[in-house]
Ligand binder design. Sequence first.
Ligand code: ADQ
Length: 472
Amino acid sequence: MSRLIIVSNRTPGKGPAAGGLAVALRKTLAERDGFWFGWSGKLVDAPEAEARFEEIDGLTVAQIDLTRNDHHAYYAGFSNSILWPSFHLRLDLATIEGHWYEGYRRVNAQFAKALRPLLRKDDVIWVHDYHLIPLASELRHLGLRNRMGFYLHIPFPTTDALYAIPHHNELMRDLSRYDIVGMQAQRDVAAFTEFSDHQSPSSLSGPPLKSVNFSTTEVAAFPIGSDPEAFARLSVTPAATKMVKRMERAMGDQKLILGVDRLDYSKGLPQRVEAYEKLLANNAQFRRNVHLLQVAPPSRDTIKEYQETSDTLDAMCGHVMGRFAEPDWQPLTYVKRAYGQPSLAGLYRLARVGLVTPLRDGMNLVAHEYVASQNPEDPGVLVLSRFAGAAEIFEEALQVNPFDTDETAEALRLALEMPLDERKARWQSLMAAARRHNIDNWATSFLGRLSPEAAQEEGGAARDILYLASVA
Ligand code: ADQ
């Protein structure tokens, strides 16, 4: 079997990770020959051209350093202040600085130059996420003919949001240099198709831009998942039970509503707290009987919009406390830190409601983990945003429009009052879906399409955009 080379912005570190990518891919690479390539996390004045190899928790990892200026332009700048907000349809939160694009391309070229000498002829290369859209172009420019796949973990934008991104046409041409482009949901494939079928890329200067030819790139939905069996086991381990006991001592008979997210404006946290406020305002019977626990470790906190989201959330939580708290009862707890998976699994299992209401999300693995951790005899209820990719998988969740806080408040009421029979029936369908769309099936189906054998089967014929479900 050919080696697998995974490339992502950061190589995985030790300890609990608050990002979905590391959790998802560690297992895949542990089962195959190959290595993981990416940024080391170090900023230096003059990075070495060659990558350093290291073993981290049993994984072979090759890393390079970056300069502070390049990293800022590539990561906080182009990736997270332009691509992330635009792909999540938050153009109002995008900051556009022209020179960031040069840093973004420079880092992609630096990745390619350091990776190229490490590659063998039949290696398969799997590139992850929006930070590295140009990597295939840069590697092809250095003469690489290997199979290359790209997986987009975040949603694909609508065409007009795409046109707001500087250099969008070059980025789309970069995507066309991959053999496979994987997306989270059919929604994303449809948005991509809308763009590729009706391209009229804009440019104020220079000659008219040529349409991008995607005829040799297969674009398909490969919805990511979790390891549901592992979470089910984890949720009854002593470490998880310790967290459950600790919470039960603090909460008594109150029902727990749980949110677990990176602190990010895409996750809809202020709207979520507002919905909870409406639940308490409209349903006095729940006061003293429910508790919202929101776990949200800070992320990307050098970016202004993230600090503002954090401030807004602080203010909203304070407001709800001020309005409803009593000397001997608090309506909510807000914890700004990451927890290890066993503690999370314990919290998921204890929660009567898993409240997962992003305004827009590629998939949302918290929804998968919540479902997997439930007690089959007394499962909780998933309240899920329609705008998470997970909504295509979890039809039996209580799906809400997260912008409509009245609707979310009403879904919370239904969830808290739902009879055991209905909770069980819904959970059984949800768990079956989490099993079908597990992380192994995701990786196997993507890598199956990316393998050299799959390329040969196609016989070199021009390919069209395909619509594939990742698993039957
Ligand atoms: P994220 O935006 O980071 O991922 P998500 O899918 O929810 O979002 O993944 C979060 C992961 O981090 C989960 O495995 C969760 O357990 C963990 N996590 C979250 N909060 C934590 C905390 N407080 N303590 C410890 N762990 C925590 C991006 C995209 C998503 C996509 C994933 C995977 O934005 O849409 O689902 O990649 O493709």
